[in-house]
Design a binder for this molecule. Structure first.
Ligand code: G6P
Length: 585
């Protein structure tokens, strides 16, 4: 969601700002804008729509300067239009602000600022920050003091970058429950909400701690707590952690990431056994275990729960992060929260973790995007090391999470088993042509159902989620046993049903459910190691151990959604209305 770039440099930075925004596009957005200090005055160009639209507007009315900010907006307060796009400027034109998050008390602040004579032009919550800053700066405060005073006034969550025309060589950055970091370049500094905002230019970064105010100059950074105390910081080298994302020869990042899974699964299953043992021990000693996650990470956690139950005899619960409040009364010192998040920045997950920490829970984090807020908040953390996932829909991070949970639960896995899983996932990928032809059969359907039992049920949910996200088709994942309790009424002649049906203990019951659908005119698409007379279409998956099926089944389901989306010409890497990193509630 909202992407932030702020830059203080010695050369004209407008092209870098627009490039930075392009690299943050994957976070999801609906408008974009930039502001620079051009000839002593703040000048803004902003547009609803894509960064390309912004770049076009910029070409006909360029702004230049060595100090500037840029933003991709994902609308929360106020419709999607040019005026509500960021940056927002104060009445005197001397302050421009970009923001990720929500200022919860904006309505009160806005009324009192209006009473004092400030004119508002947008419907956003963010604009109050520009007007407040104008008032504080007029009293003669420097940028750091301005940030500290703002922190006392603002409620909600924010990453903010603020520029002021009387401070041509400095930017103010503030963060409270929203990500913000600084890229440290040679003679320049870049604020960004994500390392992708600057990683092509500098691999040195400062991950600002939460609840900090900072002022960046070209060769200097000052960081203080929201209360004003000086804070130390570390400049880290990103070269090893991340790489520059590159589509290679694939048409989309999503397809490339699907194809990376034999490697990413191998990496997570062979990683630091000490960390896995520590994780396992903390689970064994826990009084109570909750997985907390959203989206695909939630589906992976459902498999984590089954693996923990089957291999370790441990009972756990999986909660949607956004629903944690209903279970908060069980959070206490003996409780372990397994917080699972690809991005490590999902607001709902972080909120649940914060609530857990306050009650004394131990936090076991599972992240892919490190360093991230979740990584810093966790007591023990496993980094999936699946590599940057650029496609908004989770693919390789999902299988890495599943593979990790299996490795934690089953302490007898050896290298041979790991390698056989990775080979089986490659075999699943080899079914791509068959999957493509099935995509042609289902692309014109209005509803698609995915059915599975046991470990295949979370896969049914995940397969349906991919279909919704990528192809914008209505899809539902159903526990096979629930079919008769409602969903069967939806089956009509020609309704496609993906039957996830490996040769595990669920096979016979699931086939019976499939036949019930077929008897009502449904079209059966079997995902199984062996074909069956009832299938109208068949996607072969390799024959593997029951525990390995989730990993080999995930691949054709991802490919099916991908190729259906491609036929429907959907925006695969950046599906409409969705964001990679959901940093609002
Ligand atoms: C967004 C993404 C999903 C992802 C979910 C959870 O909705 O579009 O693909 O599964 O967030 O993200 P997380 O980073 O917490 O795993």
């Amino acid at each position: 969601m909202c992407g932030i770039i702020g830059r203080v440099d010695y050369r004209d930075i407008s092209p870098n700002l627009i490039e930075g925004l392009r690299r943050l596009e994957y976070r999801g957005y609906d408008s974009a804008g930039i502001a620079t200090l051009d000839g002593g005055k703040i000048r803004v160009v902003k547009r609803a729509g894509t960064v390309d639209r912004l770049a076009e507007a910029f070409r006909s009315s360029p702004v230049r300067g060595t100090l500037g900010i840029a933003h991709t907006r994902w609308a929360t307060h106020g419709g999607v239009n040019d005026i509500n796009a960021h940056p927002h400027v104060s009445c005197d034109g001397k302050v421009a602000v970009i923001h990720n998050g929500i200022i919860e008390n904006f309505a009160e602040l806005k009324s009192s600022l209006r009473r004092e004579g400030h004119d508002f032009v947008s419907e956003t919550d963010t604009e109050v920050v520009a007007h407040l800053s104008e008032d504080i700066l007029r009293e003669g405060d420097d940028l750091m003091q301005t940030g500290l005073k703002l922190a006392k006034m603002l409620k909600g969550q924010y990453a903010l970058v603020i520029m002021n025309s009387d401070n041509p060589e400095r930017l103010l950055g503030m963060r409270h429950n929203a990500p913000l970091m600084v890229g440290v370049g040679r003679n320049y500094s870049v604020y960004a909400s994500d390392v992708l905002g600057f990683i092509d230019e500098t691999k040195r970064a400062v991950f600002l701690e939460d609840d900090t105010v900072s002022v960046a100059e070209r060769n200097h950074l000052e960081v203080r707590s929201l209360g004003g105390l000086p804070r130390d910081y570390k400049v880290v080298d990103l070269a090893e952690e991340l790489g520059s994302p590159d589509k290679k020869n694939f048409e989309h990042f999503t397809l490339k990431e699907i194809h990376e899974q034999p490697g990413s699964i191998l990496r997570i299953m062979k990683q630091d056994p000490g960390k896995v043992t520590l994780f396992r021990k903390q689970l064994e000693e826990a009084k109570r275990i909750f997985f907390v996650a959203a989206g695909s990470s939630y589906h992976a956690s459902m498999l984590g729960k089954i693996y923990l139950s089957e291999h370790m005899g441990l009972y756990s619960d999986v909660i949607l992060a956004s629903e944690y409040r209903s279970y908060e009364r069980w959070f206490d010192e003996g409780t372990v929260l397994v917080a699972v998040s690809q991005s490590g920045e999902t607001m709902d997950v972080l909120e649940a973790v914060r609530a857990g920490k306050e009650k004394g829970c131990s936090i076991l984090g599972v992240v892919n995007h490190a360093p991230s807020s979740l990584e810093r908040m966790s007591d023990t953390v496993v980094n999936l090391r699946a590599g940057q996932e650029v496609g908004v829909a989770a693919t390789k991070s999902f299988t890495s999470q599943v593979a990790l949970f299996y490795s934690i639960a089953n302490k007898d896995i050896d290298d041979l088993e790991v390698e056989s899983i990775s080979r089986a996932v490659s075999d699943s990928l080899a079914q791509e042509e068959a999957v493509k032809s099935i995509a042609r059969e289902i692309a014109s359907s209005k509803d698609i159902y995915f059915l599975g039992r046991g470990k295949n049920f979370p896969l049914a949910l995940e397969g349906a989620l991919k279909m919704k996200e990528l192809a914008y088709l209505h899809a539902e994942g159903i526990a096979a046993g629930e079919l008769k309790h409602g969903p069967l009424a939806l089956i009509e002649k020609g309704t496609p049903l993906i039957l996830i049906n490996p040769d595990d203990e669920t096979h016979d019951d699931t086939i019976s459910n499939g036949m019930e659908v077929k008897a009502r005119g449904g079209v059966l698409i079997g995902v199984a190691p062996d074909t069956h007379g009832g299938y109208d279409y068949f996607i072969r998956i390799p024959k593997v151990l029951p525990d390995h099926y989730p990993l080999v089944v995930a691949v054709p389901l991802q490919l099916l959604a991908y190729h259906t989306a491609r036929l429907l010409r959907a925006n695969i890497d950046k599906p409409r209305n969705l964001a990679k990193s959901v940093t609002v509630k």
